[in-house]
Design a binder for this molecule. Structure first.
Ligand code: SF4
Length: 437
Protein backbone atom coordinates (compact mmCIF):
# COMPACT_ATOMS: atom_id res chain seq x y z
CA UNK A 1 0.00 0.00 0.00
CA UNK A 2 1.33 3.45 -0.92
CA UNK A 3 1.94 5.44 2.22
CA UNK A 4 1.68 8.80 0.47
CA UNK A 5 -1.84 8.10 -0.73
CA UNK A 6 -2.78 6.81 2.69
CA UNK A 7 -1.86 10.04 4.36
CA UNK A 8 -2.81 12.53 1.71
CA UNK A 9 -6.53 11.86 1.73
CA UNK A 10 -7.48 13.56 4.99
CA UNK A 11 -5.41 16.66 5.45
CA UNK A 12 -6.62 19.56 7.54
CA UNK A 13 -5.05 22.89 8.43
CA UNK A 14 -2.61 22.82 11.35
CA UNK A 15 -3.96 23.91 14.72
CA UNK A 16 -2.41 25.65 17.72
CA UNK A 17 0.38 23.71 19.40
CA UNK A 18 1.42 26.26 21.98
CA UNK A 19 3.89 25.07 24.54
CA UNK A 20 3.54 21.35 23.94
CA UNK A 21 6.37 18.88 23.96
CA UNK A 22 7.08 15.18 23.61
CA UNK A 23 4.07 12.93 23.72
CA UNK A 24 1.65 15.86 23.89
CA UNK A 25 3.04 17.28 20.67
CA UNK A 26 2.95 13.84 19.12
CA UNK A 27 -0.66 13.37 20.08
CA UNK A 28 -1.55 16.70 18.56
CA UNK A 29 0.18 15.69 15.39
CA UNK A 30 -1.66 12.40 15.37
CA UNK A 31 -5.11 14.00 15.34
CA UNK A 32 -7.25 12.92 12.43
CA UNK A 33 -9.52 15.38 10.69
CA UNK A 34 -12.68 14.16 12.35
CA UNK A 35 -12.95 16.79 15.02
CA UNK A 36 -16.37 17.84 16.22
CA UNK A 37 -18.94 19.12 13.82
CA UNK A 38 -21.70 20.33 16.03
CA UNK A 39 -25.47 20.48 16.21
CA UNK A 40 -28.03 18.04 14.86
CA UNK A 41 -29.53 20.37 12.27
CA UNK A 42 -27.94 20.75 9.79
CA UNK A 43 -26.45 17.28 9.60
CA UNK A 44 -23.31 16.51 7.63
CA UNK A 45 -23.95 14.07 4.81
CA UNK A 46 -21.67 11.12 4.10
CA UNK A 47 -20.46 10.26 0.67
CA UNK A 48 -23.06 8.21 -1.21
CA UNK A 49 -20.57 5.46 -2.10
CA UNK A 50 -20.28 4.46 1.56
CA UNK A 51 -22.66 1.83 2.80
CA UNK A 52 -23.88 1.24 6.32
CA UNK A 53 -23.05 -1.61 8.61
CA UNK A 54 -26.60 -3.03 8.57
CA UNK A 55 -27.22 -3.25 12.28
CA UNK A 56 -30.59 -3.70 13.86
CA UNK A 57 -31.22 -0.45 15.70
CA UNK A 58 -32.53 -0.60 19.22
CA UNK A 59 -35.98 0.88 19.78
CA UNK A 60 -34.38 3.62 21.85
CA UNK A 61 -32.09 4.81 19.09
CA UNK A 62 -34.88 4.61 16.49
CA UNK A 63 -37.08 6.87 18.61
CA UNK A 64 -34.18 9.24 19.26
CA UNK A 65 -33.29 9.50 15.56
CA UNK A 66 -36.84 10.21 14.52
CA UNK A 67 -37.23 12.85 17.18
CA UNK A 68 -33.94 14.72 16.90
CA UNK A 69 -32.75 13.83 13.40
CA UNK A 70 -36.02 13.58 11.47
CA UNK A 71 -34.35 14.11 8.09
CA UNK A 72 -31.68 11.49 8.61
CA UNK A 73 -32.15 8.09 7.02
CA UNK A 74 -31.60 4.85 8.87
CA UNK A 75 -28.70 4.15 6.49
CA UNK A 76 -26.95 7.39 7.41
CA UNK A 77 -27.58 6.83 11.12
CA UNK A 78 -25.95 3.43 10.82
CA UNK A 79 -22.95 4.78 8.97
CA UNK A 80 -20.06 5.29 11.36
CA UNK A 81 -18.70 8.17 9.28
CA UNK A 82 -22.00 9.99 9.60
CA UNK A 83 -21.95 9.41 13.35
CA UNK A 84 -18.41 10.77 13.64
CA UNK A 85 -19.07 13.79 11.44
CA UNK A 86 -22.16 14.67 13.45
CA UNK A 87 -20.76 14.37 16.92
CA UNK A 88 -22.24 16.77 19.44
CA UNK A 89 -19.72 19.07 21.03
CA UNK A 90 -21.48 22.26 22.15
CA UNK A 91 -24.10 23.03 24.72
CA UNK A 92 -26.55 24.50 22.20
CA UNK A 93 -26.79 21.21 20.29
CA UNK A 94 -26.71 18.99 23.35
CA UNK A 95 -29.27 21.22 25.05
CA UNK A 96 -31.76 20.39 22.31
CA UNK A 97 -31.64 16.74 23.30
CA UNK A 98 -31.12 16.73 27.04
CA UNK A 99 -31.99 19.25 29.70
CA UNK A 100 -28.66 20.73 30.79
CA UNK A 101 -28.21 21.94 34.35
CA UNK A 102 -26.59 25.32 34.96
CA UNK A 103 -23.54 23.42 36.17
CA UNK A 104 -23.24 21.38 32.96
CA UNK A 105 -23.92 24.39 30.75
CA UNK A 106 -21.25 26.45 32.52
CA UNK A 107 -18.70 23.67 32.24
CA UNK A 108 -19.36 23.31 28.52
CA UNK A 109 -18.89 27.01 27.93
CA UNK A 110 -15.99 27.56 30.34
CA UNK A 111 -13.26 28.85 28.07
CA UNK A 112 -10.41 27.27 29.99
CA UNK A 113 -12.18 23.92 30.25
CA UNK A 114 -9.46 21.34 30.16
CA UNK A 115 -11.06 18.62 28.11
CA UNK A 116 -12.88 18.44 24.80
CA UNK A 117 -16.51 17.36 24.53
CA UNK A 118 -17.81 15.11 21.77
CA UNK A 119 -20.63 12.59 21.86
CA UNK A 120 -21.84 10.55 18.91
CA UNK A 121 -25.57 10.93 18.19
CA UNK A 122 -25.88 7.19 18.89
CA UNK A 123 -24.32 7.52 22.35
CA UNK A 124 -26.36 10.67 23.02
CA UNK A 125 -29.44 8.49 22.56
CA UNK A 126 -28.38 6.52 25.66
CA UNK A 127 -28.26 9.56 27.94
CA UNK A 128 -31.10 10.28 30.32
CA UNK A 129 -32.65 13.55 29.10
CA UNK A 130 -33.57 14.85 32.55
CA UNK A 131 -31.49 13.15 35.23
CA UNK A 132 -28.16 14.90 35.76
CA UNK A 133 -27.00 12.05 37.99
CA UNK A 134 -27.45 9.47 35.22
CA UNK A 135 -24.25 7.44 34.99
CA UNK A 136 -23.60 7.86 31.28
CA UNK A 137 -24.31 11.59 31.48
CA UNK A 138 -21.77 11.96 34.25
CA UNK A 139 -19.17 10.11 32.21
CA UNK A 140 -19.65 12.31 29.11
CA UNK A 141 -21.04 15.75 30.07
CA UNK A 142 -18.58 17.96 31.96
CA UNK A 143 -19.29 19.67 35.27
CA UNK A 144 -17.40 22.58 36.83
CA UNK A 145 -15.52 20.29 39.23
CA UNK A 146 -13.49 19.30 36.19
CA UNK A 147 -11.98 22.76 36.14
CA UNK A 148 -10.33 22.52 39.57
CA UNK A 149 -7.26 20.57 40.46
CA UNK A 150 -6.60 19.01 43.88
CA UNK A 151 -3.32 17.85 45.39
CA UNK A 152 -1.82 14.78 43.77
CA UNK A 153 -3.43 15.33 40.37
CA UNK A 154 -1.18 15.59 37.31
CA UNK A 155 -1.58 16.09 33.58
CA UNK A 156 0.46 12.95 33.01
CA UNK A 157 -0.23 10.93 36.16
CA UNK A 158 1.39 7.76 34.83
CA UNK A 159 4.53 9.60 33.72
CA UNK A 160 4.20 8.24 30.20
CA UNK A 161 6.31 11.09 28.80
CA UNK A 162 9.23 9.81 30.83
CA UNK A 163 9.03 6.39 29.17
CA UNK A 164 8.51 7.69 25.66
CA UNK A 165 11.60 6.99 23.52
CA UNK A 166 9.97 8.39 20.37
CA UNK A 167 6.84 10.55 20.13
CA UNK A 168 3.64 8.56 20.48
CA UNK A 169 5.28 5.43 21.88
CA UNK A 170 5.49 4.41 25.54
CA UNK A 171 7.99 1.68 26.40
CA UNK A 172 7.55 0.94 30.09
CA UNK A 173 7.54 -2.83 30.42
CA UNK A 174 10.37 -4.87 28.88
CA UNK A 175 8.44 -6.86 26.30
CA UNK A 176 5.60 -4.58 25.25
CA UNK A 177 4.87 -1.05 24.07
CA UNK A 178 1.92 1.31 23.97
CA UNK A 179 1.59 2.91 20.54
CA UNK A 180 -0.60 6.06 20.56
CA UNK A 181 -1.74 6.13 16.97
CA UNK A 182 -4.33 8.91 17.09
CA UNK A 183 -5.68 11.56 19.43
CA UNK A 184 -9.28 11.15 18.26
CA UNK A 185 -12.02 9.22 20.06
CA UNK A 186 -15.63 8.74 19.07
CA UNK A 187 -16.63 10.32 22.38
CA UNK A 188 -14.53 11.88 25.13
CA UNK A 189 -14.73 10.43 28.63
CA UNK A 190 -14.50 13.03 31.36
CA UNK A 191 -12.02 10.96 33.38
CA UNK A 192 -9.64 10.04 30.53
CA UNK A 193 -6.09 9.29 31.64
CA UNK A 194 -4.79 10.85 28.42
CA UNK A 195 -7.02 13.88 28.53
CA UNK A 196 -3.89 15.98 28.06
CA UNK A 197 -3.52 14.74 24.51
CA UNK A 198 -6.89 13.67 23.16
CA UNK A 199 -9.31 15.48 20.93
CA UNK A 200 -7.39 18.61 20.09
CA UNK A 201 -6.95 20.13 16.68
CA UNK A 202 -3.48 19.56 15.37
CA UNK A 203 -1.24 19.20 12.39
CA UNK A 204 -2.02 16.16 10.32
CA UNK A 205 1.10 16.47 8.24
CA UNK A 206 3.49 14.69 10.60
CA UNK A 207 1.24 11.69 11.36
CA UNK A 208 3.21 9.57 8.93
CA UNK A 209 6.52 10.67 10.43
CA UNK A 210 5.42 9.66 13.94
CA UNK A 211 4.10 6.29 12.87
CA UNK A 212 7.26 5.56 10.92
CA UNK A 213 9.48 6.51 13.86
CA UNK A 214 7.48 4.37 16.26
CA UNK A 215 7.53 1.39 13.90
CA UNK A 216 11.28 1.78 13.38
CA UNK A 217 11.79 1.79 17.15
CA UNK A 218 9.72 -1.37 17.58
CA UNK A 219 11.56 -3.07 14.71
CA UNK A 220 14.93 -2.26 16.25
CA UNK A 221 14.06 -3.61 19.72
CA UNK A 222 13.78 -7.41 19.54
CA UNK A 223 12.55 -7.64 23.15
CA UNK A 224 9.20 -6.12 22.12
CA UNK A 225 6.77 -8.94 21.45
CA UNK A 226 3.45 -7.24 22.22
CA UNK A 227 2.21 -3.95 20.73
CA UNK A 228 -0.88 -2.24 22.14
CA UNK A 229 -2.43 0.29 19.75
CA UNK A 230 -4.26 2.99 21.62
CA UNK A 231 -4.61 6.76 21.65
CA UNK A 232 -7.24 8.16 21.37
CA UNK A 233 -9.11 5.35 19.73
CA UNK A 234 -7.43 3.45 16.88
CA UNK A 235 -10.79 2.29 15.51
CA UNK A 236 -11.69 5.89 14.60
CA UNK A 237 -9.06 5.56 11.87
CA UNK A 238 -10.16 4.60 8.40
CA UNK A 239 -9.84 1.00 7.29
CA UNK A 240 -6.83 1.60 5.07
CA UNK A 241 -4.85 3.23 7.83
CA UNK A 242 -5.68 0.46 10.28
CA UNK A 243 -4.68 -2.13 7.72
CA UNK A 244 -1.45 -0.29 6.97
CA UNK A 245 -0.51 -0.13 10.64
CA UNK A 246 -1.36 -3.76 11.35
CA UNK A 247 0.43 -5.03 8.28
CA UNK A 248 3.59 -3.04 9.04
CA UNK A 249 3.65 -4.21 12.64
CA UNK A 250 2.85 -7.83 11.88
CA UNK A 251 5.79 -7.98 9.47
CA UNK A 252 8.23 -7.36 12.34
CA UNK A 253 9.44 -10.88 13.18
CA UNK A 254 9.67 -10.46 16.96
CA UNK A 255 6.18 -8.93 17.34
CA UNK A 256 4.13 -11.92 18.48
CA UNK A 257 0.81 -10.25 19.18
CA UNK A 258 -1.09 -7.06 18.57
CA UNK A 259 -3.71 -5.48 20.77
CA UNK A 260 -6.15 -2.64 20.22
CA UNK A 261 -7.58 -0.59 23.07
CA UNK A 262 -10.95 0.88 22.06
CA UNK A 263 -14.29 2.22 23.27
CA UNK A 264 -15.70 2.28 19.75
CA UNK A 265 -17.92 -0.82 20.11
CA UNK A 266 -19.60 1.11 22.93
CA UNK A 267 -19.69 4.70 21.66
CA UNK A 268 -19.79 3.99 17.92
CA UNK A 269 -20.75 0.33 17.40
CA UNK A 270 -21.61 1.06 13.76
CA UNK A 271 -17.84 1.24 13.17
CA UNK A 272 -17.56 -2.53 13.54
CA UNK A 273 -18.38 -3.22 9.91
CA UNK A 274 -17.89 -6.57 8.19
CA UNK A 275 -15.08 -4.90 6.21
CA UNK A 276 -13.26 -3.85 9.37
CA UNK A 277 -13.60 -7.32 10.88
CA UNK A 278 -12.23 -8.80 7.67
CA UNK A 279 -9.13 -6.62 8.04
CA UNK A 280 -8.65 -7.40 11.71
CA UNK A 281 -8.98 -11.13 11.03
CA UNK A 282 -5.92 -11.02 8.82
CA UNK A 283 -3.66 -10.13 11.74
CA UNK A 284 -4.18 -12.82 14.33
CA UNK A 285 -3.23 -13.07 17.12
CA UNK A 286 -5.00 -9.75 17.59
CA UNK A 287 -6.76 -8.98 20.87
CA UNK A 288 -9.24 -6.23 21.58
CA UNK A 289 -9.60 -4.46 24.91
CA UNK A 290 -12.98 -2.79 25.19
CA UNK A 291 -13.42 0.17 27.48
CA UNK A 292 -16.86 -0.27 29.06
CA UNK A 293 -18.26 1.78 31.93
CA UNK A 294 -21.82 0.84 32.79
CA UNK A 295 -24.48 -1.78 31.95
CA UNK A 296 -26.55 0.92 30.19
CA UNK A 297 -23.94 0.74 27.43
CA UNK A 298 -24.77 -2.90 26.67
CA UNK A 299 -27.28 -2.17 23.94
CA UNK A 300 -28.48 -4.20 20.97
CA UNK A 301 -26.00 -2.31 18.78
CA UNK A 302 -23.07 -2.93 21.12
CA UNK A 303 -24.02 -6.60 21.31
CA UNK A 304 -24.00 -6.91 17.52
CA UNK A 305 -20.60 -5.21 17.32
CA UNK A 306 -19.15 -7.63 19.88
CA UNK A 307 -20.68 -10.64 18.14
CA UNK A 308 -19.12 -9.58 14.86
CA UNK A 309 -15.71 -9.24 16.47
CA UNK A 310 -16.01 -12.51 18.37
CA UNK A 311 -17.21 -14.33 15.25
CA UNK A 312 -14.08 -12.96 13.56
CA UNK A 313 -12.05 -14.93 16.09
CA UNK A 314 -10.91 -11.82 17.96
CA UNK A 315 -10.57 -12.41 21.71
CA UNK A 316 -12.37 -9.65 23.61
CA UNK A 317 -11.49 -8.38 27.06
CA UNK A 318 -12.84 -5.37 28.90
CA UNK A 319 -11.40 -2.52 30.92
CA UNK A 320 -13.54 -0.49 33.29
CA UNK A 321 -12.63 2.56 35.33
CA UNK A 322 -14.17 2.65 38.80
CA UNK A 323 -16.07 5.93 39.02
CA UNK A 324 -17.89 7.46 41.98
CA UNK A 325 -21.59 7.86 41.32
CA UNK A 326 -21.30 6.04 38.01
CA UNK A 327 -20.49 2.40 38.63
CA UNK A 328 -19.17 2.14 42.19
CA UNK A 329 -21.46 -0.54 43.51
CA UNK A 330 -21.39 -4.33 43.54
CA UNK A 331 -24.82 -4.46 41.96
CA UNK A 332 -23.88 -2.26 38.97
CA UNK A 333 -20.59 -4.06 38.45
CA UNK A 334 -22.24 -7.47 38.66
CA UNK A 335 -24.73 -6.47 35.98
CA UNK A 336 -21.96 -5.02 33.84
CA UNK A 337 -19.62 -7.99 34.03
CA UNK A 338 -22.33 -10.60 33.60
CA UNK A 339 -23.65 -8.62 30.64
CA UNK A 340 -20.21 -8.50 29.10
CA UNK A 341 -19.85 -12.26 29.32
CA UNK A 342 -23.18 -12.60 27.53
CA UNK A 343 -21.73 -10.65 24.60
CA UNK A 344 -18.53 -12.72 24.73
CA UNK A 345 -16.33 -10.14 26.41
CA UNK A 346 -14.21 -11.30 29.33
CA UNK A 347 -13.96 -8.67 32.10
CA UNK A 348 -10.22 -8.09 32.37
CA UNK A 349 -9.24 -5.01 34.38
CA UNK A 350 -11.08 -2.78 36.84
CA UNK A 351 -9.02 0.38 37.25
CA UNK A 352 -8.82 2.78 40.12
CA UNK A 353 -9.43 6.19 38.48
CA UNK A 354 -6.16 7.93 37.60
CA UNK A 355 -5.55 11.31 39.27
CA UNK A 356 -5.78 13.61 36.26
CA UNK A 357 -6.57 17.27 36.96
CA UNK A 358 -10.22 17.81 37.86
CA UNK A 359 -11.04 14.16 38.50
CA UNK A 360 -11.53 14.22 42.29
CA UNK A 361 -15.31 13.93 41.95
CA UNK A 362 -14.83 10.65 40.07
CA UNK A 363 -12.39 8.99 42.45
CA UNK A 364 -13.58 6.55 45.09
CA UNK A 365 -11.53 5.44 48.07
CA UNK A 366 -9.38 2.49 46.96
CA UNK A 367 -11.13 0.26 49.48
CA UNK A 368 -14.32 0.56 47.40
CA UNK A 369 -12.73 -1.34 44.53
CA UNK A 370 -11.55 -4.07 46.89
CA UNK A 371 -15.05 -4.33 48.37
CA UNK A 372 -16.52 -4.68 44.90
CA UNK A 373 -14.14 -7.50 44.02
CA UNK A 374 -15.01 -9.17 47.32
CA UNK A 375 -18.71 -8.78 46.51
CA UNK A 376 -18.20 -10.52 43.19
CA UNK A 377 -15.69 -13.28 43.93
CA UNK A 378 -17.57 -16.47 44.77
CA UNK A 379 -20.92 -14.79 44.25
CA UNK A 380 -20.78 -15.01 40.47
CA UNK A 381 -18.78 -16.80 37.76
CA UNK A 382 -15.03 -16.37 38.12
CA UNK A 383 -14.95 -15.18 34.51
CA UNK A 384 -17.08 -12.21 35.60
CA UNK A 385 -14.47 -11.02 38.09
CA UNK A 386 -11.79 -8.72 36.67
CA UNK A 387 -8.49 -7.85 38.30
CA UNK A 388 -8.66 -4.60 40.28
CA UNK A 389 -5.53 -2.52 39.68
CA UNK A 390 -4.01 0.84 40.41
CA UNK A 391 -1.85 2.13 37.61
CA UNK A 392 0.76 3.54 39.96
CA UNK A 393 1.30 7.31 39.66
CA UNK A 394 4.85 8.08 38.62
CA UNK A 395 5.13 5.20 36.19
CA UNK A 396 5.11 2.20 38.51
CA UNK A 397 2.82 0.20 36.23
CA UNK A 398 -0.28 -1.75 37.13
CA UNK A 399 -0.43 -3.07 40.68
CA UNK A 400 -3.19 -5.58 41.49
CA UNK A 401 -5.18 -5.20 44.69
CA UNK A 402 -7.03 -8.13 46.25
CA UNK A 403 -9.24 -8.66 49.27
CA UNK A 404 -7.36 -10.43 52.06
CA UNK A 405 -8.22 -14.13 51.95
CA UNK A 406 -5.30 -15.41 54.05
CA UNK A 407 -6.26 -14.94 57.70
CA UNK A 408 -3.24 -16.54 59.36
CA UNK A 409 -1.44 -19.75 60.21
CA UNK A 410 -1.96 -22.50 62.72
CA UNK A 411 1.20 -24.62 62.88
CA UNK A 412 1.72 -26.08 59.42
CA UNK A 413 -1.75 -25.04 58.27
CA UNK A 414 -2.58 -21.92 56.32
CA UNK A 415 -5.89 -20.39 57.42
CA UNK A 416 -7.89 -19.09 54.50
CA UNK A 417 -11.25 -17.39 54.27
CA UNK A 418 -13.85 -18.16 51.60
CA UNK A 419 -16.38 -15.82 50.00
CA UNK A 420 -18.87 -16.46 52.85
CA UNK A 421 -16.30 -15.55 55.49
CA UNK A 422 -15.85 -19.18 56.64
CA UNK A 423 -12.29 -20.13 57.55
CA UNK A 424 -10.64 -23.28 56.15
CA UNK A 425 -7.26 -24.92 56.63
CA UNK A 426 -4.81 -25.80 53.92
CA UNK A 427 -1.85 -28.09 54.80
CA UNK A 428 1.09 -25.90 53.91
CA UNK A 429 3.74 -27.28 56.23
CA UNK A 430 6.17 -28.82 53.78
CA UNK A 431 7.06 -32.44 53.06
CA UNK A 432 6.60 -34.27 56.41
CA UNK A 433 5.80 -37.80 55.22
CA UNK A 434 3.49 -40.32 56.99
CA UNK A 435 2.76 -43.84 55.86
CA UNK A 436 -0.73 -44.22 54.31
CA UNK A 437 -2.68 -47.22 55.80
S1 SF4 B 1 -12.23 6.38 24.83
FE1 SF4 B 1 -10.35 6.08 26.02
S2 SF4 B 1 -8.84 7.47 25.13
FE2 SF4 B 1 -10.88 8.14 24.44
S3 SF4 B 1 -11.56 9.65 25.92
FE3 SF4 B 1 -12.37 7.71 26.62
S4 SF4 B 1 -10.80 6.95 28.05
FE4 SF4 B 1 -9.82 8.56 26.82
Amino acid sequence: MEIESLFSEEMEPPGQLNGLTGLEKAAHDLILPQEPVSSPPPVVPVRPDRHPSCFTDSRRSQVFRKRFYPGVSREDWQDWRWQLKNRISDHESLGLMVWLSEEERSAMTYAAGPRPVAITPYYASLLDAMDVSHSLRRSMIPVMQECFRVDGEKEDPLDEEKDSPVPGLVHRYPDRVLFLVTGTCAAYCRYCTRSRIIGRSGAEGSLRVHWEKAIDYIASHPAIRDVLLSGGDPLTLHDRKIEWLLSRLSRIPHVEMLRIGTKVPVTLPQRITPELVKILKRYHPLWLSLHVTHPDELTAEMRQACMRLADGGIPLGSQTVLLAGVNDSVEVMRRLFRGLLRVRVRPYYLYQCDPIPGSAHFRTPVIRGIEIIEGLRGHTSGYAVPTFVIDAPGGGGKIPLLPEYVVGRDGPDLLIRNYEGKVFRYPDGGPVRHEIH
